[in-house]
Each structure stands twice: as C-alpha cells, then as structure tokens.
Design a protein. Structure first.
Length: 151
C-alpha cells in the first residue's frame, strides 16, 4: 500500500497529470493490495483483477469507485469471497474463467502452489480465457473513462 501511495504522490506532482484524477489497478496480489489501498482516500478510482477479497473486512467500504473483475472458477482467490463486497463495489464475475484469465497461458493446476483457499493449503489453477480477457480490457477502459474523466 505504501508503494501505491508513494506513486500517487509522485504522479500528482507531475505537471502533465491532473492530480485529482489518478487511478490504481492491480492483479492477484496487486489486486488485493488495491482493495486495501482503496480503504483509504487518495485515488479517484481503482480496478482489482482477481484479488483475495477475504482480506477485506466485513465493514469494507472503498473510498472511491472500485471495479473487481474475477473468474467464477478461480480456486486461488475465489469469486464467492467477493460477493459480500458487491454492495460497495462493482463486481463482474466471468463464467468459465480461472485466476489469471487475462493471459495467453493454458489452464493448468499446479499442486505445489501455496493456496489459503484450498483445504490442503496447496494447489491452484491458473490460465487464460480469451473472451474474459477481451471483455476485461473493455470494462477497465469504460470504468476508468467514467470515473477519471473531467465531466
């Protein structure tokens, strides 16, 4: 979180940046950091790709608009954990998509991965989903367009 706020302060000092219209975006661990960052004021809007929503408290309320994009089949950072945040954020769950849906990698399960969401504490599935990836790019552009524009 400190890195995000340091980057915000640096960016706001640039002469070609509108200091009141800076967003933040992160995926996976960076998505979880984005959730935590948005619990404090500073950024105008944020996008979190497949974050660990269980890290957010039950009283979580982002300080600015937040979009979460996550795969329905994500067994590493489950989409179901984000459901409880749906009143406070914009949540889009992609059917048939896993963790890292925005990649060109094939879907594969790696048993050695540390996974707090697994009963054994190990194993997670990752892999791309071209349709979800394409749509997520459009969602991010629309979301930041709405929330970071001058109007």
């Amino acid at each position: 979180m400190q890195d995000a706020f340091d980057a915000l302060r640096y960016t706001q000092g640039l002469p070609y940046v509108d200091a009141k219209r800076v967003g933040v975006m992160g995926g996976s661990h960076g998505g979880s950091t984005t959730l935590l960052t948005m619990a404090q004021p500073g950024f105008r809007a944020a996008v979190a790709l497949y974050p660990r929503c269980s890290l957010a408290s039950y009283s979580y309320k982002p300080a600015a608009p937040l979009l979460i994009l996550i795969g329905e089949l994500d067994d590493w950072t489950p989409a179901a954990d984000c459901d409880r945040l749906a009143r406070e954020v914009t949540l889009k769950v992609y059917p048939d998509a896993h963790h890292s849906f925005d990649s060109d990698r094939p879907v594969r399960f790696v048993a050695a991965r540390i996974n707090p969401s697994s009963a054994s504490g190990r194993g997670a599935t990752t892999g791309g989903n071209a349709e979800a990836w394409r749509d997520s790019v459009e969602e991010v552009v629309r979301f930041f367009g709405r929330n970071l524009s001058r109007s």
